[in-house]
Ligand binder design. Structure first.
Ligand code: EAX
Length: 324
């Protein structure tokens, strides 16, 4: 081999190596809570699987703890393509994709098995298919959990106990309509503002799943926890269409499968937090009401459900309730 061809061969090899390196795309992923929380666990599984499945062509940079803003802002950024991914509750999602709102109805799901079955079945998968026409790609359902009420004033056993309490809610009309029927004064607010609002007493309470109450350290600013489980809070792994449009069919499969695994891991972490979280919150000084009068809360929703039936169709609500 002549010296110049060796040199050419080497520079081609280096050129290729440098080229391969330049092709690594770093995706920005954001979520509301810490890396150790359910959102962090699910997001990490997604990113690890994507990195592995694309041989390192794609990897993530994580922005936990609402570092990229509230969930509404992050969804907007994903739609615009200035953020690549968000692992978000459905809280503000119905404002972008109205078909999502039906799963935000209070007391719609009996338990975790029921909720997960609906999300993984045809109803949930049909909802995911509605996103692209709104400029968002929904890769999979993840999970936030059943929401419970906390407040600084008193134990809540029945709706009368919640009456008159000023409670932060998500920016979600379906929730707010239901909570008004409980007698609560709903105050919509982005999650990053919530801890301060509770600390300063701008609101008396809030409602969130155990994994969020733990991760956000609400026991530092809230005395009373009631296991109302008044609504299931689904979550979603959303991707910017700008990224999706550049993926090969094989990479699309990798992303979708990674998101499915992320959803499973996130649910597993929710299960773990549910199993140990109440004891943890008690040890942090919260009083916990376990025997909530759920039938009374459900009964309070009678008129709100008439509104839901009008908006979403009684049949569609029944279809979800009938999933066994
Ligand atoms: O998604 O805004 C909320 O209360 C959400 O449950 C929380 O940010 C996690």
């Amino acid at each position: 081999m002549k010296p110049y061809s060796l040199a050419l061969g080497l520079s081609m090899a280096f050129g290729l190596a440098a080229g391969a390196q330049a092709q690594t795309t770093t995706l920005k992923i954001g979520y509301a809570t810490s890396p150790e929380s359910h959102y962090g666990v699910g997001s990490k599984v997604f990113c690890d699987e994507v990195e592995k499945g694309t041989q390192g062509r794609y990897k993530c940079q994580h922005f936990p703890n609402s570092a990229l803003g509230g969930e509404r802002e992050q969804i907007e950024a994903v739609q615009l393509g200035t953020q690549d991914l968000v692992n978000t509750s459905t809280g503000p999602v119905g404002n972008f994709v109205p078909e999502v709102k039906i799963v935000d109805i209070p007391f719609l799901f009996r338990d975790y098995d029921h909720a997960r079955k609906v999300m993984d079945g045809p109803i949930g998968q049909d909802i995911l298919a509605k996103f692209p026409s709104k400029g968002i790609v929904a890769l999979a359902w993840t999970e936030n959990g059943f929401r419970h009420m906390t407040n600084s004033k008193r134990d809540i056993v029945k709706p009368e106990d919640a009456k008159g309490l000023k409670m932060r809610t998500m920016e979600n009309k379906v929730h707010m309509d239901g909570y008004r029927a409980f007698g609560i004064l709903p105050t919509p607010m982005a999650f990053p503002e919530l801890f301060g609002a509770l600390q300063q007493g701008t609101v008396d309470g809030q409602e969130n799943p155990i994994p969020v109450i733990l991760a956000a350290k609400f026991s530092q600013v809230q005395k009373h926890l009631s296991l109302t489980g008044h609504v299931y809070s689904p979550a979603l792994l959303l991707l910017s269409p700008k990224v999706w449009g550049k993926l090969s069919d094989a990479d699309k499969k990798v992303f979708t499968e990674a998101a499915r695994k992320a959803g499973a891991a996130q649910r597993k972490k929710v299960n773990e937090d549910e199993a140990s979280g109440v004891a943890t919150l008690r040890s942090q000084g919260m009083t916990v009401v376990e025997n909530v009068d759920k039938p009374a809360f459900q009964a309070a929703l009678k008129t709100a459900y008439e509104g839901y039936a009008k908006e979403f169709g009684a049949d569609n609500i029944r279809k979800i309730q009938d999933v066994k």
